[in-house]
Design a protein around this ligand. Structure first.
Ligand code: F0G
Length: 456
C-alpha cells in the first residue's frame, strides 16, 4: 500500500516565525506559563486547538465571494439551512456565531436551579454554560474511556446503565436533556458508537427526556463508526451521519471544527416550541434568525465545509495523520490516550511526569516544556481546566491529567508532524528533571484561559 498523502495541494501559504530556546524561556515567563497568554507569532507549531484554525478550500473561498449579506432571508442562509437539514433532518436550524453561543441559548432556556444535564463528557464551555444557567452537568463516561492506555474501539460511549439509573435518581422532570459529545473531546477525542447513541436515545425516549448531540466533530466520529462498527463498512459517511442524527431530537454545533470554518455554529432541533424560544433569544443576543451572528459569507463557507468534511479521502488522511503521531510515540513508550482520537493526541501527563502531583499541575508543566523545547503549543486538559476546590480550599483534582495536541485541519504537513514528535520525545528523555507549577492568579469560571503560574 502507498503512503496516505494529504488529499490537497497548497495554494496559499503563511510564514512560520522561528524562535530560539533562549527567546522561548522569556516568552513563556512573560506569559506566566500559560499557553493561552503566548502570542501566536511566537509559536512555531500551534496545536492549541483544532477550532477555527482550519485551512479553507478554494471552493470555500469562492463561497466567501458569493456570500449574500442581506439582513433577512439571504441566499447564503438557505444554502446553509439546506445543507444542515440534509445531514440532520432537523426541522429548525438556527445559525449562531459559534458553538458556545448555541449552548448559551439552549441551556439558559432549558436550565436553571435543580436541573441536571447528563452527558458522556461535557466540554468545558458546555459545562460552564450549564453551570452559568444555575444547573448541574453530570458526566457518565463508560469505564473503558477512563483508562488512558486501554485500547478499545469506542471509548467515548456513555455508560448506559449509569444513564438510566441517573435519570431515575434525579427524576426525568429535572433533566431537560441528555447531550452526547461526538467525538468525546475532553476524553481523548474518542468516538461514540452508533449502537451506544441508539441505545441512549431509546433510554431517553422511555423517560421522555430529549436527546441531543454535541456535533462539533460528527464527521470524524462517523468515520470511526465506518471503520470499527459492524454493518457500516459499506455505508457512506453522509449516510452514517444521517442515521446518527436520526436518533436525536436536536444538536449543538461549532462549525469551527468539522465544517472547516473559521467562525460559526448552529443549533438544530425538532421541537417547535423550544425552537421559537431559541430564536427569540437569538434575536436579542446574536442576530436575526437568518444570519445569527454571522456574515452571509460565513454561512456559505460552513455549507461548503460541511460537505467537504464528509469526503472519505479527507477523513482517511485526517484520522491517519493523528494515528501517525501515536505510532512515533509508541516507538519510544511515550504515554498517551490510546488509541489516538479523531482530532488530537492526548499525552498522559500523569504517567509522563509521575513525580509531579495533580496539585502541581503536571499537564501544565508538560505544556510549558513542549513550548520551551520546540515552540509547540498544546493545552492542558486536567486539574487546571477541570479541578475544583473543596470547602476547605483543598484541590479536588480532575480524573485525568492530559495535554492535548490538537491538529488543525488541512494546515500542517507530515514534516511538521515529524518535528512535533521529535519535540515530544526530547522532552520525554529529560522528563525526570521537569518541575511542577503553582497558580498565582485565577478566575472562578474557565480559569485555564487566564490563570497565571509560577514554576516550583
Ligand atoms: N463542544 C465541544 C465538544 C467543543 O470541543 C467545543 C469547542 C465547543 C462545544 C464550543 O464551541 O468554541 O465554537 O464555542 N472546543 C474548542 C477546543 C474550543 O479547543 O476544543 P466553540
Amino acid at each position: 500500500m502507498h503512503t496516505i498523502i494529504e488529499p490537497f495541494k497548497i495554494k496559499s501559504v503563511e510564514p512560520i516565525h522561528f524562535t530560539t530556546k533562549e527567546q522561548r524561556i522569556n516568552i513563556l515567563r512573560e506569559a506566566f506559563y500559560n499557553p493561552f497568554l503566548i502570542k501566536a507569532r511566537d509559536v512555531i507549531i500551534d496545536l492549541l486547538t483544532d477550532s477555527g484554525t482550519s485551512a479553507m478550500s478554494s471552493e470555500q473561498w469562492a463561497g466567501i465571494m458569493r456570500g449574500d449579506e442581506s439582513y433577512a432571508g439571504s441566499d447564503s442562509f438557505f444554502r446553509f439551512e439546506e445543507t444542515v437539514s440534509s445531514i440532520t433532518h432537523m426541522k429548525y436550524i438556527i445559525p449562531t456565531h459559534q458553538g458556545r453561543a448555541s449552548e448559551k441559548i439552549l441551556f439558559s432556556i432549558t436550565g436553571g436551579k435543580g436541573k441536571y444535564f447528563i452527558s458522556n463528557t461535557l466540554f468545558d464551555t458546555t459545562r460552564a454554560n450549564i453551570e452559568f444557567a444555575g444547573a448541574e452537568g453530570i458526566d457518565l463516561l463508560c469505564d473503558e474511556g477512563k483508562q488512558p492506555s486501554l485500547i478499545a474501539p469506542f471509548k467515548g460511549n456513555i455508560n448506559l446503565i449509569a444513564l438510566e439509573k441517573c435519570i431515575q435518581e434525579k427524576g426525568a422532570e429535572n433533566i431537560p436533556l441528555v447531550i452526547i459529545t461526538v467525538t468525546n473531546n475532553s476524553g481523548g477525542g474518542q468516538p461514540v458508537s452508533m449502537s451506544n447513541i441508539k441505545a441512549a436515545s431509546e433510554i431517553c425516549k422511555k423517560y421522555n427526556v430529549p436527546f441531543f448531540i454535541d456535533a462539533c466533530r460528527f464527521a470524524e466520529n462517523c468515520y470511526f463508526i465506518k471503520q470499527r462498527e459492524k454493518g457500516f463498512e459499506n455505508k457512506s459517511i453522509f449516510e452514517i451521519a444521517q442515521e446518527l442524527f436520526s436518533y436525536a431530537d436536536g444538536c449543538t454545533m461549532s462549525a469551527k471544527k468539522d465544517a472547516f470554518a473559521n467562525i460559526g455554529g448552529f443549533l438544530a432541533m425538532n421541537d417547535e416550541t423550544l425552537a421559537m424560544k431559541c430564536r427569540n433569544l437569538l434575536i436579542i443576543t446574536e442576530g436575526f434568525p437568518t444570519y445569527g451572528g454571522l456574515a452571509g459569507r460565513d454561512l456559505e463557507a460552513i455549507a461548503i465545509g460541511l460537505k467537504e468534511v464528509m469526503e472519505e479521502d479527507y477523513l482517511k488522511y485526517r484520522i491517519r495523520s493523528i494515528e501517525y503521531i501515536g505510532d512515533k510515540l509508541d516507538a519510544v513508550g511515550v504515554p498517551y490516550i490510546k488509541p489516538t482520537g479523531g482530532h488530537a493526541v492526548y499525552l498522559d501527563a500523569k504517567a509522563f511526569l509521575p513525580h509531579i502531583p495533580s496539585t502541581e499541575y503536571p499537564g501544565q508543566a508538560l505544556c510549558g516544556e513542549l513550548f520551551l523545547e520546540g515552540g509547540v503549543r498544546g493545552v492542558e486538559i486536567g486539574t487546571v481546566m477541570f479541578g475544583k476546590y473543596d470547602a476547605d480550599g483543598k484541590t479536588i483534582p480532575a480524573p485525568m491529567e492530559l495535554v492535548r495536541l490538537a491538529i488543525p485541519r488541512r494546515v500542517y504537513t507530515q514534516s511538521h508532524i515529524d518535528y512535533v514528535a521529535e519535540v515530544i520525545i526530547e522532552v520525554f528523555k529529560r522528563r525526570e528533571k521537569i518541575k511542577g507549577y503553582k497558580i498565582i492568579y485565577e478566575t472562578p469560571l474557565l480559569r485555564h484561559f487566564t490563570a497565571r503560574f509560577e514554576q516550583l
